[in-house]
Write a protein that binds this ligand. Structure first.
Ligand SMILES: Nc1ncnc2c1ncn2[C@@H]1O[C@H](COP(=O)(O)OP(=O)(O)OP(=O)(O)O)[C@@H](O)[C@H]1O
Length: 707
């Protein structure tokens, strides 16, 4: 038979099986619905029974409805190609691999879940170690229709006469396909080195490093799905948290887990980790470096111990006809004493009242002594402790503290200087206080970690006054954030995945560490792409987040699946000398299309950007990203305002982390280099976002080291 006819015949064979699977899926759905209805009927029947029977029937109803709903949720997930693989073994048995395990009425497997041990050979078998697999077939479907099949022969001399082999390169076909707005899962083409990481043990810390495009993000997400499938009992209840660098990134990856049937994983951007906030604004590199540094812990602690701006400066209270007065200096002594006793201020109100009453009693004793009299201390303390004027004083002198309010206090340069004396230098103090003083722009991503630190330092609001969130004092608080079924500031995740971890500041590690107190971890990063200036300090904070005794395993991925080799060659040049040779991955795909570097006059940059974007929109089927320095995003958006094609996105250098596009226009690369002390690495990130085509528009040629 000719190749197209063989292909058509093989597609028909697989279509017949896929049809069986969908018929069975429909049956299972009907059964689950019937079970749910029966459960409800049981509940209604219970009303007529005696109390004891009622309780047991209601319990049974709840179990039935729960299980039926679980099954329906799994069956109804939006699977993109439910069946995607087939393994033919030496013994002539074969299995189908898919996103979900399905059995027929005889309990025989129609599809094996990709995460089950029996499916492991689909990813792990090689010609050198075939694991008894003769033929591995990738089946590409659109909905319920088989579009194509693609085979790998693993034991060539065991191929039976009647076994047909079709095509080659399912991986290459997948990599060459155009990109949409959201990342796709890679279950059908996971590679062996990636599979090892996905299936690594769940306990401890699993680190995934590797250059751009090596599939780190994809692997980490598939690992989350795998762990939930294999260890649902240990991990499912407490849940999995995935933290990414930005909201754009979490949106980009948001479809991957649901496409594998996992909906119970919480995705949060670094600006959204703290419930109630959704910060997206990035600080300048200089500001972010100060805010992220561990030195801020001490600054914050001092700030909240400072006298609140509205606090009265003296306490006057009449006791038995005499005015007892505590002056500012005496009050501050009490404040210092209360703070040094260690409890968070919002939990210290009672202790503070005791200290103030003791100071008043001292004062009364002092007056009495001068008059040659004596006072009953205990009586004075009881009397004054019940007085309304004393309590009025207490609430304004020792108010409930809110994290946002304390950070705003630091907008006052004097306060800032007092809190950071000996910790920050003058320049840092004025930068930071000017930033905190300007509240018109909302919180930045780096502020969120400071607010979270303060949340813990000030302690929870007293119960009586507890409101929706403890972050802000004023009604301006907003945002949704957080899974509705979890309590606020939930910190008992069983597994935490941190993506782009090379960029987390020490303060951000502390924030994430709090959410993973009892967790195992998957941590993804590439030091060469790091924009954080002090890796040692970050490493120390990261180790603390993991806990000291944790087992650690590390995997390095070495193949770049995203960029064409032509594009990656250019990107590698900009970090030559900034990275070890083995930190750079190898790109596997060539397109024959070289990236274009266009020298452009500054004055012509706008029109050059417009025409490059237009050109690339015409050249590729999927997305086009225009990447620019962070502070030029609005300007470049303005240049492209006339371009209405939804495939076009303008994105700032730091926000481009983790994303990818079919084609990229990089505007003025030298701006990225000079943006921060780690600019060359940020430029490397930007240059490695395109899968097919890249145009660089540069008025200054210095971004590209001369060979
Ligand atoms: N085995 C695979 N099969 C098909 N596509 C793959 C495979 N591995 C990776 N890819 C694709 O390669 C691209 C890069 O993957 P991913 O974004 O996970 O890389 P990364 O290492 O996180 O990159 P970066 O560090 O640049 O953010 C994605 O489009 C992903 O789907």
């Amino acid at each position: 038979m000719s190749e197209p006819r063989v292909r058509r015949a093989e597609i028909a064979v697989e279509q017949a099986h896929v049809d069986r699977v969908y018929t069975r899926l429909a049956e299972l759905r009907t059964q689950a619905e019937a079970m749910r209805t029966k459960g409800y009927e049981l509940g209604q029947g219970a009303q007529r029974e005696a109390i004891f029977e009622q309780a047991s029937m209601l319990f049974e109803r709840d179990m039935m409805v729960y299980h039926a709903n679980q099954t329906l949720q799994t069956l109804d997930a939006e699977y993109e190609g439910l069946v995607f693989g087939r393994l033919d073994h030496l013994d002539r048995e074969h299995i189908y691999v898919g996103r979900l395990g399905i059995r027929d009425t005889e309990f025989d497997n129609l599809v094996t879940d990709w995460r089950a041990p029996a499916a492991a050979a689909f990813y792990q078998a090689t010609a050198e170690e075939p694991m008894d697999v003769v033929r591995r077939r990738v089946i590409r479907c659109s909905g319920q229709t088989v579009l194509d099949v693609d085979d790998d022969v693993l034991i060539a001399d065991a191929v039976p006469e009647d076994m047909q082999i079709v095509g080659e390169g399912a991986l290459m076909a997948a990599l060459g396909r155009s990109r949409g707005e959201k990342m796709r899962d890679i279950v059908a083409t996971i590679q062996k080195e990636q599979d090892e990481v996905i299936r690594a043990p769940w306990r401890g810390v699993t680190e995934i490093t590797g250059g751009p495009g090596t599939g780190k993000t994809a692997v980490a997400l598939h690992r989350a799905a795998y762990l939930l499938y294999r260890h649902r009992r240990q991990l499912g209840g407490a849940g999995v948290l995935v933290v990414g660098p930005s909201g754009v990134f979490t949106t980009y990856i948001s479809r991957v887990l649901p496409s594998m049937g996992e909906t119970n994983v919480e995705l949060r951007a670094l600006g959204e980790v703290l419930d109630g906030l959704e910060a997206t604004r990035q600080d300048t590199a200089a500001l972010a470096a100060i805010k992220g540094s561990l030195r801020m812990r001490k600054v914050l602690l001092r700030a909240l111990r400072d006298t609140p701006p509205e606090a009265p400066t003296e306490l006057k209270i009449v006791y038995r006809g005499e005015v007892l007065k505590l002056a500012a200096r005496e009050l501050e002594k009490v404040r210092r004493k209360a703070h040094t006793q260690g409890a968070p201020p919002n939990r210290s109100r009672v202790r503070v009242a005791e200290l103030l009453l003791a100071a008043l009693a001292d004062k009364a004793e002092e007056y009495a002594k001068a008059d040659g009299k004596e006072i009953d201390r205990a009586e004075l303390i009881t009397d004054l402790g019940e007085r309304i004027d004393f309590h009025r004083f207490l609430v304004v002198w020792w108010p409930v503290l809110y994290p946002a309010q304390v950070l705003k206090w630091l907008g006052n340069e004097k306060r800032m200087a007092a809190a950071s004396k000996g910790i920050l230098n003058r320049n840092e103090i004025s930068l930071l206080s000017a930033d905190f003083a300007d509240r018109s722009r909302g919180w930045s991503v780096a502020d969120v970690a400071l607010l979270d630190e303060l949340r813990v330092l000030v302690g929870p609001e007293p119960k009586r006054r507890r409101r929706q969130t403890v972050v802000e004092a004023a009604p301006e608080r907003g945002g949704s954030g957080g899974a509705p079924h979890r309590p606020e500031h939930y910190d008992e995740y069983s597994h935490v995945v941190v993506d782009e971890s090379q960029d987390l500041s020490p303060m951000q590690w502390r924030m994430i560490g709090r959410r993973g107190k009892y967790a195992s971890w998957t941590v993804v990063g590439d030091p060469v792409q790091s924009s954080w200036p002090d890796p040692d300090e970050a490493a120390q904070a990261r180790d603390q987040a993991f806990g000291v005794k944790t087992t650690r395993r590390r995997f390095t991925l070495r193949t770049n699946y995203r960029n064409s080799a032509e594009i990656f060659d250019l990107a590698a040049k900009v970090v030559a000398g900034h990275a070890q040779a083995d930190e750079l991955p190898k790109a596997v795909r060539t397109t024959g299309i070289e990236p274009e570097v266009r020298p452009v006059d500054q004055a012509a940059l706008a029109t050059a950007t417009q025409s490059a974007a237009k050109e690339l929109l015409g050249a590729v089927e999927g997305t086009v990203g225009v990447i620019t320095a962070m502070d030029r995003v609005e300007e470049v958006e303005g240049w492209l305002a006339g371009q209405t094609d939804e495939r076009l996105k303008v994105v700032g250098s730091l926000d481009s982390k983790g994303l990818e596009y079919d084609a990229v226009v990089l505007v003025e690369p030298m701006d990225l280099v000079t943006e921060s002390s780690t600019g060359r690495r940020v430029l490397y990130v930007a240059l490695t976002r395109a899968t097919q085509q890249l145009i660089v528009l540069a008025s200054n040629p210095d971004w590209l080291p001369h060979a």
